[in-house]
Design a protein around this ligand. Structure first.
Ligand code: BES
Ligand code: ZN
Length: 595
């Protein structure tokens, strides 16, 4: 038995697929993708071959033109169903004819009303961590890589885009349009991505285009016009950009993440459109994954910190290069607050605060937190500070060269560090970072004069210090955010009114600032902000915001009432992941006395 991934039926000892050939048809009436997936083997193969599926209906399986038997195992709550095939001798490919379920976790089908333009329906995928198996039968482990070709058949008037190279149209039936794609670089299944909707593109540079619904696309093109400068800064730090195009797709508001690093086309929440380019750090993050994550990939979710910790570190290196160390210090500070929240949330499951996790029987979506991100990035900085910026930069380049297009474990990473810098792991006490919960006491700190000023002001809150409107008016959104995160949580009604009045918080276009303020207001039971909370929760599906607002509303009876009422109305439009996040926040509410 050679299963190395607790979240996949993928077995290293079995035949390996090297490529997929997909023909998919989007049926918006049934909310179903149907068609065939041809899985191509690296060479002639034979014997038992297991695939991951979740919610898929398999019609038939063919090898060399003839039907072969298939066996779908029992439904496991996290893994889904194993699809077991027995390959006849010298099989070079198998074709699986199948369709997805309307409730596939990796897909969201939106009605026209749920889009920005409100005219046409929309479909998008989100496969990380283990939802690709609800979209197609595959070896759904980051340890396995494939190239692919795809043909996507959609209703006329809609445009299909993928995290792959566009290869033009193929002939289609009346009233339909067929798009062709090719992904020549080998990717893990979680980076497979598709979106279909009313989409338009605007070029940002010779290698970048932003795609969005027509009513959003111009605002998106302005917000993200600095993208080429970012790619150049990243190339200077990490070496040439290897994926040819760097396109951006702005999704409808229900997209559950801030961004997703789908190769060649990152997927983004429309909440990044602040109007003042103040949230483009998310672009830096997804861009950085082109090196840390997409080139060098965590082999399984137990090594997720290799993807995200390195990427947070890389994102802030890009930020420093473009805007200076003081700007990056603000990000490190916001990240510190995120990390503290996560450590508190996992108090009863401290094993999840190790970087190297053991996730047998644990859903990676439930293990998700700021820990692999912020603790992981601090571990990277600990290594960097111990050897110096210059040698670490060389190390990172060598690391990416050595493991490009491979999927690696923490242990492989440590082996490489030890070979490059003997004694370094012991020097930074790597086991404390990797194998022990919490944040090591010697964790790197980040300072700037602005940070000191903001935290002094915030910690003076309890002694009556309040921000002055003129002074706070000169703060950047990132500075304001640091201040808001530092002031005490439940505030009096007067203080809420004063904060909002002095800083016009309800009207902010920067969603980080807006949701930070609304979660203070929610935790304080400040009812004048309730209508804004309600409209936000009814219109935005980014999990991070939805979760923290539902959590904050739990602090007062009036908040809990608002939460329940809002959830009842908004839940049908939420992405499955977002719905689950809101439900679990509400499940932690205290029981109401008089209900
Ligand atoms: N790869 C993640 C998003 C993700 C992680 C999706 C795990 C599914 C499972 C992406 O790169 C990410 O980290 N997004 C952040 C951006 C932030 C850290 C700048 C987000 O969405 O908030
Ligand atoms: Zn990331």
């Amino acid at each position: 038995m050679a299963r190395l991934d607790p979240h996949s039926y993928f077995d290293d000892a079995q035949p390996r697929t090297s490529a997929w050939n997909l023909r998919l048809r989007a049926n918006f009436d049934l909310k179903v993708l149907s068609g065939e997936a041809t899985l191509i083997f690296g060479g002639p193969s034979v014997g038992v071959f297991d695939l991951d599926t979740k919610g898929l209906s398999v019609r038939c399986v063919r090898a060399s033109g003839t039907d072969i038997p298939f066996e779908l195992g029992p439904e496991e709550p996290i893994l889904g169903r194993r699809l077991r095939l027995t390959l006849p001798p010298a099989t070079t490919s198998v074709t699986i004819v199948y369709e997805t379920s309307p409730s596939a976790a990796g897909l969201q089908w939106l009605s026209p009303e749920q889009t920005a333009g409100k005219r046409l329906p929309f479909l998008f995928s989100q496969c990380q961590a283990i939802h690709a198996r609800s979209v197609l039968p595959c070896q759904d482990s980051a340890a396995a890589r494939v190239t692919y070709e795809a043909e996507v058949d959609v209703p006329q008037g809609l445009t299909a885009v993928m995290s792959a190279g566009a290869m033009g149209d193929a002939p289609a039936a009346a009233g339909r349009r067929k798009f062709r794609f090719r992904m020549p670089q080998p990717i893990p299944s979680y980076l497979f991505a598709l979106a279909v909707g009313e989409l338009e593109g605007r070029d940002l540079s010779p290698r970048s285009r932003v795609w969005a619904e027509p009513v959003v696309v111009d605002a998106a093109a302005t917000e993200f016009d600095g993208v080429e400068a970012m790619v150049l800064a990243a190339e200077a730090l990490f070496g040439p950009y290897d994926w040819e195009r760097f396109d951006l797709l702005v999704l409808p508001p229900s997209f559950p993440y801030g961004g997703m690093e789908n190769p060649r086309m990152i997927f983004l929440t429309p909440t990044l459109l602040a109007g003042d380019r103040s949230l483009v750090d998310v672009i830096a993050h997804e861009l950085a994954h082109s090196w840390t994550g997409n080139l060098v990939t965590n082999a399984t979710a137990e090594h997720f910190w290799l993807n995200e910790g390195f990427t947070i570190w890389a994102e802030r290196r890009i930020l420093s290069a473009l805007h200076g160390d003081a700007a990056a210090a603000l990000s490190w500070e916001s990240g510190r607050a995120d990390l503290e929240e996560a450590l508190a949330r996992f108090q009863d499951t401290p094993a999840l605060t190790c970087l190297r996790t053991r996730l047998d029987g644990i859903d990676p979506d439930d293990a998700f937190s700021a820990v692999p991100y912020e603790k992981g990035a601090r571990f990277v900085v600990a290594l960097e500070r111990a050897v110096g910026t210059k040698s670490f930069a060389e190390f990172v380049k060598a690391y990416m060269k050595r493991f490009r297009f491979q999927s690696i474990t923490t242990e492989i990473f440590c082996g490489f560090v030890e070979a490059e810098f003997p004694g370094l792991l012991a020097k930074v006490d790597a086991p404390a970072w990797l194998e022990r919960p919490g944040l090591p006491a010697a964790a790197p700190k980040f300072a700037s004069s602005k940070l000191e000023e903001l935290s002094a002001l915030a910690s003076g809150w309890k002694d009556g210090k309040r921000p002055d409107a003129a002074l706070a008016g000169r703060w950047s959104p990132a500075e304001l955010l640091v201040y808001l995160r530092r002031i005490p949580r439940a505030l009096s009604r007067e203080d809420c009114a004063r904060l909002d009045g002095a800083l016009s918080l309800n009207d902010r276009g920067n969603y980080e600032v807006l949701t930070q303020w609304l979660s203070i207001a929610a935790a304080s039971g400040y009812e004048p902000a309730f209508p804004r909370i309600k409209t936000l929760l009814a219109s935005v599906g980014r999990m991070k915001y939805v979760r923290s607002l539902y959590q904050a509303l739990g602090r007062t009876p009036a908040g809990r009432r608002l939460a329940r009422e809002t959830f009842a109305a908004a839940a049908p439009a939420y992405h499955a992941l977002t719905r689950r996040a809101a439900e679990s926040a509400m499940a932690a509410y205290p029981r109401e006395m008089a209900e």
